[in-house]
Design a protein around this ligand. Structure first.
Ligand code: C5P
Length: 246
């Protein structure tokens, strides 16, 4: 990758298509035409439309992040990833809490172009949630441990909140992909999310991509909301050190 090329924020914004029908998802895709070219398909839209929304997005020249957060016994994960790798999606998530399953996911991906991302700790979980689940460490420690194990297993990157992105960059270097959800511009509704950051903060902290759902999908004008996010990302990229990778 040529690190001297300027970064285009439009390539780094992923919009989460959390819709109950393909029809409503594609109405949004149409509205965001020319602004957004990377979309996340998750468990809801996949149940509504199977793989056809993914195929349609790819057919329309969009990139797809398939966010099904695979978590199962290693062989089942390996086979699912192998199948997903034939679909043309660019990014796929697996859960980052099982070393053997992560290694199996990497075997399933094989020599394909698919980038595997490990979910570290959901952005809807805070310290109280971690403690309640029986972990005797901080959210940050758990994110860092899972991230390190995922990369050792051969994953390409992690999903992590903007709150941990800077620490991840510091400890893991410039190579791993960091994809950050839980993004909300200043003053907007948090919904079920806890570890949120603004688009600018996440980019400045070192995120490669940000994922935005409801701030855009439920906005009175999704297009205006996307433009606001892109402008904040732009400012975030400008504030980064020149040496930081694209
Ligand atoms: O609507 P909102 O912007 O909160 O959507 C965030 C999206 O990112 C959702 O689709 C959610 O599934 C996903 N996600 C997340 N936290 C993670 C991994 C994925 O919020 N750790």
């Amino acid at each position: 990758v040529n690190t001297l090329l300027p970064i285009d924020s439009k390539d780094r914004l992923i919009v989460a298509l959390d819709f109950s029908s393909a029809e409503s998802a594609f109405a949004l895709v149409k509205e965001l035409g020319g602004l957004v070219s990377f979309y996340k398909v998750g468990i809801e839209l996949q149940l509504a439309g199977g793989m056809s929304p993914v195929q349609r997005l790819i057919g329309e020249g969009k990139k797809v992040f398939l966010d099904l957060k695979y978590f199962d016994v290693p062989e089942t994960v390996r086979r699912a990833v192998e199948k997903a790798a034939t679909s043309g999606v660019s990014l796929l998530t697996v859960h980052g809490n099982g070393e053997n399953s992560l290694q199996a996911a990497v075997r399933g991906r094989g020599a394909t172009e698919l980038k595997l991302l490990a979910v570290t700790v959901l952005t809807s979980v805070d310290q109280a949630g971690i403690t309640d689940a029986g972990f005797r460490c901080s959210v940050e420690e758990l994110v860092l441990t899972r991230a390190r194990k995922a990369l050792e297993a051969g994953c390409d990157g992690v999903i992590a909140s903007g709150m941990e992105a800077a620490k991840l960059r510091e400890l893991l270097g410039e190579d791993p992909l960091i994809v950050t959800p839980g993004i909300r511009p200043e003053g907007s509704a948090k919904h079920d999310q806890k570890r949120t950051e603004t688009p600018g903060e996440a980019i400045r902290a070192g995120a490669d991509y940000i994922v935005v759902g409801r701030f855009i999908t439920t906005a009175p004008s999704p297009r205006a909301a996307a433009e606001r996010v892109l402008a904040e990302m732009e400012a975030g990229f400008k504030a980064r050190k020149p040496a930081q990778r694209i």
